[in-house]
Write a protein that binds this ligand. Structure first.
Ligand SMILES: *[C@@H]1O[C@H](CO)[C@@H](O)[C@H](O)[C@H]1NC(C)=O
Ligand SMILES: *[C@@H]1O[C@H](CO)[C@@H](O)[C@H](O)[C@H]1NC(C)=O
Length: 434
C-alpha cells in the first residue's frame, strides 16, 4: 500500500531531512578522524571485531612467574572444570589403590568407536583393578563421556581440559571471529588477530588442540590433581587408539623395577617399540631406544626436567606434541633420552581400515567396531625376563639440529596459553588446583 503512495514532502520536512544528512556526514567525518588517530583503541570493548580485544590483556611477558591470565571461560568450560574436582569413580568397588600402583592416563578426543575398543582391552589387563585410570578429555562429547562413566573394572578419575578449543565456539582458544584465516600476506593490512607460522599459515583451533591438551594434561596430572600430584613414581600414558594387551600392566611394573639396574641412563619405559609399525623383535633381550609415543611411562624427576623446558615446548613452531618433544625438549637434556622396553609389544596403535594412504595389509585397523587384533598366548602373561641383557639402539633416525618444525604453532596466543598451563598450578596454588 505504502509503495503506491507518492511521498508528499512539506518544506519543513525537507529542511529537517537535509539537517539529518548534514549531521550524519559530520559524524562520519569525525569517526574517520578518530580511526586515523587510533583514539578508538580505548573503546575496544564496543567493537566486537576490534583486533585489540585481547584474551591476555595485561599479560605481557612470556616468562612471567607471577602474572597468569587464562582466556575467559565459557559456561560449559566452567561446568566441566567443576566436574574435574569430583571424587574418584568406583570407590565402592575399589576403596583402596594398591601400594606403588602405576596410574594410567588415557587421553582422548572424539572417537567413540575407538575408545570402546580401548576400554574393552583395558578391562582384560591383568592387575588393572589395582590401579587408577585417569581419562582426560579434549572437548566434551556425550558418547565419550558415557563410555567412561560406564567403566567398572577399576578406579576412575575423569577430567576435561577446560581450555580445549572445542569448548570455545566463538572465542580464543576456539575459532574467533577476529582470527586471521588461511595464508598471511604481510603486504595487505588485515583487520584480524593472530601470527602466522613460519610457513605463513594461521592457527587452526582443531589442530592446535592436540598439543594444548597433551600439555594441559601433563601439568594437571603431575602438579594439579590431588590424586596424583604427591606421587613420585611412574605414570603411564596411552591414547584413544592404543589397544592394550593383557600383560601390559605386569610388564610395565617389571620394566619399572628393572630400569635402575638394567638401564640407568633410560628416562622412561615403553610398552611398544618407537617404530609404530613394529610389534617387537621377539628375541631374548630388552631394548633401550628412542622414547616412543605409544604407552610411555616416566617418573616425577623426568617430569620436572620436562617442565623446566616449558619455553622450548611452547615456542617451537610444531603442532605435534611428540615431534616437539623429540626435536627440542629431549635434545635440550644434554644426553640421549632412552626408554626401556621388552622384545614384544604390549600396546598396539590402530586406525580405521583403508583410511591411511599406503596402508599395508598387515596394519591393525578397525571396521564396524571390530578390530583385527588376535591376542596370542604370549600377550597374556609377563613376557620379559629379568636375566636378559639390554640391547641399546643407538643413532636411530630422528629430528636433527636444523629441524625447525612443521609449523601450525606460530600464534603468540597459543604459545602464551601453553606457558600458562605450565604456570597455573605453581603461581596460584590455592586457586587453580583441582
Ligand atoms: C626417576 O627416573 C630417573 C630416570 O630413569 C631416575 O634417574 C630417577 O632416579 C628416578 N627417580 C625416582 C624418584 O625414582
Ligand atoms: C595458600 O594456602 C597455604 C596453606 O593452606 C597458605 O599458607 C597460603 O597463605 C595460601 N596462599 C594464598 C595466596 O592464599
Amino acid at each position: 500500500m505504502a509503495i503506491n503512495q507518492k511521498p508528499r514532502l512539506k518544506d519543513s520536512a525537507l529542511r529537517r531531512f537535509k539537517l539529518v544528512i548534514l549531521v550524519t556526514l559530520l559524524g562520519f567525518l569525525l569517526f574517520m578522524i578518530l580511526m586515523e588517530t587510533n583514539l578508538f583503541q580505548n573503546f575496544g570493548p564496543w567493537f566486537s571485531d576490534n583486533i585489540r580485544e585481547d584474551p591476555y590483556a595485561g599479560f605481557g611477558r612470556f616468562d612471567s612467574n607471577d602474572v597468569l591470565k587464562l582466556p575467559k571461560q565459557t559456561e560449559l568450560s566452567v561446568r566441566l572444570e567443576k566436574r574435574n574436582r569430583l571424587p574418584l569413580r568406583n570407590l565402592d568397588l575399589y576403596p583402596n589403590l594398591a601400594k606403588d600402583h602405576i596410574p594410567i592416563v588415557l587421553y582422548v578426543h572424539n572417537r567413540p568407536q575407538y575408545l570402546r575398543v580401548v576400554i574393552d582391552s583395558l578391562s582384560k589387563v591383568t592387575g588393572i583393578s589395582e590401579t587408577l585410570l585417569i581419562v582426560s578429555h579434549d572437548g566434551y562429547f556425550e558418547e565419550m563421556d558415557k563410555l567412561v562413566q560406564n567403566i567398572r573394572f577399576c578406579s576412575v578419575k575423569q577430567i576435561f581440559a577446560p581450555y580445549s578449543p572445542h569448548l570455545f565456539p566463538n572465542s580464543f582458544p576456539g575459532v574467533s571471529p577476529t582470527d586471521c584465516k588461511g595464508k598471511h600476506y604481510p603486504m595487505i593490512t588485515t583487520n584480524c588477530r593472530g601470527n602466522p607460522d613460519q610457513y605463513g599459515n594461521h592457527r587452526l583451533p582443531k589442530i592446535v588442540s592436540l598439543k594444548h591438551h597433551w600439555w594441559w594434561m601433563m601439568n594437571t596430572v603431575w602438579d594439579g590433581l590431588e590424586e596424583t600430584r604427591g606421587l613420585s613414581g611412574h605414570i603411564l600414558f596411552i591414547e584413544e587408539d592404543h589397544f592394550i594387551l593383557p600383560n601390559a600392566y605386569r610388564n610395565l611394573q617389571l620394566l619399572v623395577t628393572l630400569k635402575p639396574k638394567k638401564c640407568p641412563e633410560c628416562h622412561a619405559v615403553n610398552l611398544a617399540p618407537s617404530d609404530v609399525k613394529s610389534r617387537g623383535e621377539g628375541n631374548n633381550f630388552l631394548v633401550a631406544e628412542r622414547m616412543g609415543n605409544i604407552g610411555y611411562a616416566f617418573n616425577r624427576s623426568v617430569w620436572k626436567k620436562i617442565h623446566k623446558k616449558a619455553k622450548e615446548f611452547c615456542f617451537f613452531d610444531e603442532y605435534n606434541w611428540d615431534i616437539t618433544m623429540w626435536a627440542t625438549v629431549f635434545p635440550s637434556f644434554g644426553s640421549p633420552v632412552y626408554s626401556l622396553r621388552g622384545p614384544w609389544t604390549s600396546a598396539i596403535h590402530f586406525g580405521k581400515c583403508g583410511l591411511h594412504q599406503g596402508q599395508d595389509e598387515g596394519d591393525v585397523c578397525i571396521d564396524n567396531g571390530l578390530l583385527n587384533i588376535d591376542v596370542k598366548d604370549i600377550d597374556e602373561v609377563v613376557n620379559i625376563n629379568s636375566e636378559w641383557p639390554v640391547e641399546v639402539f643407538r643413532g636411530q633416525p630422528g629430528y636433527g639440529a636444523g629441524f625447525r618444525g612443521w609449523g601450525g604453532w606460530g600464534d603468540e596466543r597459543d604459545r602464551q596459553l601453553c606457558l600458562n598451563f605450565a604456570q597455573m598450578y605453581r603461581s596460584m596454588p590455592n586457586v587453580s588446583r583441582l
